[in-house]
Design a binder for this molecule. Structure first.
Ligand SMILES: [Zn+2]
Length: 257
């Protein structure tokens, strides 16, 4: 459990608090909505906008698509070590994905602003919506959406009933459900950062790190059935954004199909 505890110690609070949103809305992240029910993404532009005809996203272009620190199979790093409980292995990795993604987001907060990113966009016609207190789907600026997710997630990771750290305490029976839910929201943050901020990621010279983290995230999600990308997209969003990146990586053999 020491790695798990170390991960806890490394966690950082998001840079901004959801209580400082311009609308004053709070409490959006209680309780857990059902996975898969709130992924709606109505097109924000007219039907003529580009599903396939727009400029190719930078992250799908050479050499960026191949930039990666990890060489070889991801299978070896997603497989649980011997004698490690699967739930514990998933928990450790969720901590690390959260922690690492929060680092990248922290480096991009100067660019991911209310003005630059008024919606949680992830493709030409793809926006993720957030369920409010009444489970109505609302559009939020990306930094607000991401801060809500990160704060909700930090709270969840600190909850001893969800992520037990003390010996003798078992993971709750709902842990797989919770893990899938966390995965879905982390995926959306990756999707937004790739879509809206990849140029800045390249300027920071961290595209190889970011690709490696995302490829690891996809490989781990596949191994433990945490992520079904097609379930995260609407028909408008299929083939867009990072779902296309994952497909290309499979074709290139970077990810297993
Ligand atoms: Zn943004």
């Amino acid at each position: 459990m020491s790695g798990f505890l170390n991960s806890i110690g490394r966690l950082r609070a998001p840079k901004r608090s959801p209580t400082t949103t311009p609308t004053g809305q709070t409490g959006f992240f209680d309780p857990l909505p059902s996975p898969g029910l709130e992924f709606t993404s109505p097109p924000t532009t007219t039907a003529s906008s580009t599903l396939s005809g727009g400029p190719k996203p930078l992250y799908l272009c050479q050499p960026f698509i191949k930039a990666a620190l990890v060489k070889g199979s991801f299978k070896t790093i997603v497989t649980p070590p011997k004698y490690v409980d699967v739930n514990e292995w998933v928990a450790i990795n969720l901590f690390d994905f959260y922690h690492n993604l929060n680092h990248f987001y922290g480096a991009l907060t100067d660019f991911c602003t209310l003005q630059n990113c008024p919606t949680m966009s992830a493709g030409p016609t793809l926006n993720f919506l957030w369920p409010d207190q009444n489970q109505r789907l609302v559009s939020l600026p990306a930094p607000t959406y991401i801060d809500f997710v990160m704060s909700w997630l930090q709270k969840l990771l600190d909850d001893e009933n969800v992520f037990p750290t003390k010996s003798g305490r078992d993971f709750p029976s709902s842990f797989a459900y919770t893990a899938k839910h966390i995965y879905k929201h982390l995926f959306r943050i990756f999707a937004h950062l790739y879509h809206a901020h990849f140029e800045q990621i390249v300027h920071l010279s961290v595209e190889a790190h970011f690709n490696s983290l995302f490829a690891h995230f996809l490989a781990f999600g596949k191994e433990f059935d945490l992520l079904v990308v097609k379930d995260l997209m609407t028909p408008q969003g299929m083939g867009q954004g990072v779902s296309e990146l994952g497909e290309r990586w499979r074709e290139m053999g970077i990810l297993e199909s």
